[in-house]
Design a binder for this molecule. Structure first.
Ligand code: IMO
Ligand code: MG
Length: 477
């Protein structure tokens, strides 16, 4: 089967993450936006997301605006949906960046119903979750939680409020007591927001009715998920989650559609290793609890770890450059010590937060988690980053857990369960460079075997395997 077969009769695609975020939504959003979509829309989260897109070896990171914006000049629409939380200065900054790269945004549509991340939300989030070590969940500190809290408490400020000064002022006055630890001056806040409000005004629409019109007109619609299923407020490892439902359901609802209307929901799975950033249970983590607390400490950024392990690197235009296959890194990924192996995989795969620069915790891909995700987001899977493991002598996949002396293959999000399970692994032979592979049958046989075992365990069906960050580095099965 090729891409044409996969896309036959498809009007709607959703690219969503089946793990704890950072699985390559940016790459696949760009992949379909650049060659297929008429409309790209995001329905959940805010600038807690960091979506990395690589075009012609050049990296772009998006936080709020979907990757599809690069196709604006071809008349493609880009929507920031009703389910999102929007930080106005951040949005304005992203528009500046587009200006500086000469990317147009004439067809950008911003939902009048999206929630606003107010300055007091950011302040509250920073204070509350500053330290993951003190039991905080390690949020990105972007005000996501407080903004959604106000939304659910029915006191949130939405985009449309920006254009009625009296109403805005009344609404801010109402939340003053909720944020009593801060000095809130409604007039000052409004004055500070007005330049941003005026800037986005031409793009503000009822995006739900626009979306329905696009659907009626038969336009091809791509939904760009944010975060991941295991971070969903509804289905994730609560309370170590974000504050939106980033499942297929939430993603569709966040742009005014039903999950039922999504023809091709693609759940992304990082494979055969996975990551998590921030606090919370992660059964297959290399080095377990010691890795979790190590990653929560300051001082383990990419450059810190490169320095610490004596790996040659240099800074070019503010970005760190190093050989991801440096012999020292390869030695680490083959280390008998799991903790070191985990750092080696972080280094070889470049797993540092696109939003916060924090080291991402690493572990083998967990089939139990994937099986749970298939149950909610559906069976179609995209595997990403197997190329990053080139040079590992062996790799493993988790099939089932041992819990209280029994083997279980069903996921439960209870912390007491996830913290006390012992994953059951199967080992496979490692492989070398696969970035040039374009046909499934040319993937190394151990990797294909692993994929097929993974499919039978999870009930999923792998439609695409990514073999590199670039658009072209993609194998459609
Ligand atoms: P993308 O879209 C990975 C995590 C944070 C924290 C928890 C709550 O790039 O995959 P929040 O700031 O949302 O209140 O933080 O969720 N988190 C993410 N982890 N990828 C993301 O987005 C994330 N967005 C939030 O690290 O543990
Ligand atoms: Mg990310």
């Amino acid at each position: 089967m090729g891409l044409d077969d996969l896309l036959k009769g498809v009007q709607t695609i959703a690219v969503i993450c089946n793990q704890w975020g950072d699985t390559g939504k940016g790459k696949f959003s760009d992949y379909f936006a650049s060659q297929w979509a008429d409309v790209t829309a995001r329905g959940t989260g805010g600038n807690n997301a960091g979506h990395t897109v690589v075009v012609n070896r050049k990296e772009k990171i998006f936080h709020l605006i979907p990757a599809g914006i690069s196709n604006d000049s071809n008349g493609q629409f880009t929507i920031l949906g009703n389910g999102m939380v929007i930080d106005l200065p951040v949005l304005s900054h992203e528009l500046d960046e587009l200006d500086s790269e000469e990317i147009t945004y004439n067809n950008l549509l911003i939902s009048k119903d999206a929630s606003i991340i107010m300055p007091y939300h950011v302040n509250r989030d920073k204070v509350k979750h500053q330290s993951q070590k003190d039991g905080g969940i390690g949020s990105t500190g972007r005000g996501i939680g407080p903004s959604y809290t106000d939304k659910v408490a029915r006191r949130g400020i939405i985009i449309e409020d920006l254009f009625d000064r009296d109403r805005l002022s009344r609404k801010i006055e109402k939340v003053r007591e909720v944020y009593s630890e801060q000095t809130i001056n409604a007039d000052e806040i409004i004055d500070s927001l007005m330049p941003f409000a005026n800037r986005i005004k031409p793009f503000v629409r009822d995006t739900v009715s626009e979306m329905h019109r696009f659907m009626r007109e038969g336009k091809k619609v791509l939904l760009e998920g944010a975060q991941g299923l295991l971070l969903s407020i509804e289905h994730g490892t609560y309370p170590y989650v974000t504050s939106s439902d980033c499942s297929l359901n939430g993603t569709a609802s966040g742009v005014g559609l039903s999950a039922k209307m999504i023809d091709l929901p693609l759940g992304i799975v990082k494979f055969p290793f996975m990551t998590r950033v921030g606090a919370g249970p992660f059964p297959t983590e290399f080095g377990g609890r010691s890795s979790e607390s190590y990653c929560a400490e300051e001082g383990h950024t990419n450059s810190d770890e490169l320095k610490h392990y004596g790996i040659t690197h240099r800074i070019v235009n503010g970005k760190i450059r190093y050989d991801r296959n440096d012999p020292k890194i390869i030695e680490m990924i083959n280390s008998g010590d799991e903790f070191t192996q985990g750092i080696g995989i972080r280094l070889t795969a470049g797993e540092y937060g696109a939003t916060t620069g924090r080291p991402r915790r690493t572990g083998w891909t967990d089939g139990v988690v994937a099986r749970y995700a298939v149950g909610i987001n559906g069976p179609l899977l995209v595997l990403t980053k197997p190329d990053s493991l080139a040079g590992a002598k062996e790799f493993k996949l988790g099939y089932g857990y041992k819990f209280e002396g029994r083997v279980v293959d069903a996921f439960s999000k209870s912390e007491g369960f996830l913290r006390n399970v012992t994953p059951q692994y199967q080992s496979y032979e490692g492989y070398g460079d696969i970035s040039k592979v374009r046909h499934y049958d040319n993937l190394p046989s151990s990797l294909r075997q692993a994929i097929e075992d993974f499919e039978s365990f999870t009930g999923g069906r792998v439609a695409i395997v990514s073999v590199g960050a670039d658009r072209e580095e993609t194998v459609v099965r």
